[in-house]
Design a protein around this ligand. Structure first.
Ligand code: GLU
Length: 456
């Protein structure tokens, strides 16, 4: 078989969302699985609704997710240009071919595509008017995911509007022919267009590509398709929140596909090896943001510390909290090592680590009230402050030993010092162990914080 050529053909008319990313991904996976070519084609014929900002978002999002395209805008290729707005001459040329074949006619200023067959008039109840139908055999679509689909395409349709603009069906098919696309992989919402497309391919005498219509993504709660407006729909949001692109891609792979065992976290190379179109589910996939969060956490936990640090640094550089956090790289590194196993995503980092980087942290009043109700805890702080000057701060275990020894001398345990100490040095009741916090904050800061709290 000749080399597989697939395309992702977005229109830059809105934010880049989960559904688009999944369609791009399935095309990309299929190209990589088959050693084929992944093409990016921009369907920007709708001049009013296109924007350069949305176009750049498509490029950025695809690159961020690691889906590099082999042909397309910015990279070129032998079948370019790859933006429909730049391909006017090609559409004119193909329109001439259809005209020469006697498959077009003009009506009311528009150019129509003429189906072959006997014509008859019928009153359409739904549209409340008489329409001209054509006696045709059903169009057969052998869909790689849906199986055999038959549709009756029995009305001529417009291919060039009266304002001179060619319509989606026409340019979409012309480009698939001109770019030698072998497989059209797209959302199921396009299945209803496919019979029109097949008839156009045939009219051009071009081979009909294989089709694969991917089931919809349902919104998290309730019935219905996920839309760009739904919570969690925009790729850009995940990028801003510091999600790991590998985790998001892994999650997207599982929206409508699975490896036929219960693996969830999978290296992309393993997905590429297994991915195939008949393996895509026929049923709709449901978006589950919790599952995505969990996937992200799994990836975070398994990142090598150096890689975690690199990405956390990049994340803080985009955050207001970065100004303070990145002042002292050594402290930042230590804090990140403590935080890595404790957070679910980078977006939790600024709040989770804030008190490490400033003396001006807030003490949660509710937490304080709850903890301080448990007895004469300021006495514990005073005892601790007294031993701090001679405490060995070199390791977590040395610190733990020192606190235990202090406690034993008073007939108490480590736990009697824990909550109030944590509150005094962090303002809260959750976080890394107090011994780790002591080591990372170091003697001077720990002492100052305990004293300040004890006299407050
Ligand atoms: N521009 C169309 C869309 O964004 C592409 C349809 C197709 O892939 O054929 O839905």
């Amino acid at each position: 078989m000749s080399q597989v050529r697939v395309r992702f053909a977005p229109s830059p008319t809105g934010f880049f969302h989960i559904g688009s990313a999944r369609t791009a991904l399935f095309n990309w996976l299929y190209a990589r699985h088959t050693g084929g070519v992944f093409i990016l084609r921009i369907e920007d014929t709708d001049k009013e609704r296109n924007s350069e900002a949305f176009l750049n978002l498509i490029y950025d999002s695809l690159r961020w997710l690691g889906m590099n395209w082999d042909e397309g805008p910015q990279v070129g290729g032998a079948f370019g240009l790859y933006r429909q707005s730049e391909r006017g001459a090609i559409y004119t040329e193909y329109l001439e071919k259809l005209k020469a074949a006697g498959r077009t006619y003009e009506k009311e200023g528009a150019i129509w595509f003429k189906l072959i067959g006997d014509r008859y008039e019928v009153f359409d109840e739904h549209r409340k008017k008489t329409v001209t139908k054509v006696k045709v055999a059903p169009t057969v679509i052998e869909d790689q995911i849906r199986g055999r689909v038959e549709r009756v395409e029995d009305e001529d349709f417009v291919i060039v509007r009266s304002d001179g603009n060619p319509v989606f069906h026409f340019v979409n098919v012309v480009d698939d022919i001109a770019m030698k696309i072998t497989h059209v992989i797209r959302g199921e919402d396009h299945l209803s267009n496919t019979s029109k497309h097949v008839e156009l391919f045939k009219a051009f005498g071009a081979p009909v590509p294989a089709f694969a219509h991917i089931p919809l993504i349902l919104k998290q709660n309730g019935p219905g398709k996920m839309s760009k407006r739904d919570q969690g729909a925009l790729i850009e949001e995940y990028q801003k929140r510091g999600f790991l692109p590998e985790a998001l891609v892994n999650f997207l792979c599982l929206l409508g596909w699975n490896p036929k065992d219960d693996r969830e976290k999978m290296a992309i190379a393993d997905v590429i090896a297994l991915f195939d179109l008949p393996g895509v589910n026929q049923s709709n996939a449901r978006f589950d943001e919790k599952k995505l969060g969990h996937m992200n956490m799994t990836y975070l936990l398994e990142l090598p510390a150096s890689e975690f640090l690199k990405r956390a640094t990049a994340y803080f550089q985009t955050q207001p909290a970065g100004a303070l956090a990145l002042v002292n790289p050594e402290l930042f590194r230590e804090v990140m090592l403590l935080a890595q196993p404790k957070i679910k995503g980078f977006e939790e980092l600024p709040a989770y680590t804030a008190y490490f980087f400033t003396e001006d942290f807030v003490v949660d009043p509710k937490v304080k009230e709850k903890i301080m109700a448990k007895g004469e805890l300021k006495a514990r702080l005073a005892e601790l402050i007294a031993v701090l000057p001679t405490m060995d701060f070199s390791s977590d275990s040395a610190i733990e030993e020192a606190i235990k020894a202090l406690a034993a001398g008073k007939g108490l345990g480590f736990g009697d010092y824990q909550a109030v100490t944590r509150l005094a040095i962090s303002g809260t009741n959750a976080g890394p162990s107090i011994t780790s916090m002591f080591r990372v904050l170091e003697r001077e800061r720990v002492t100052a914080r305990l004293v300040r709290f004890a006299v407050s």
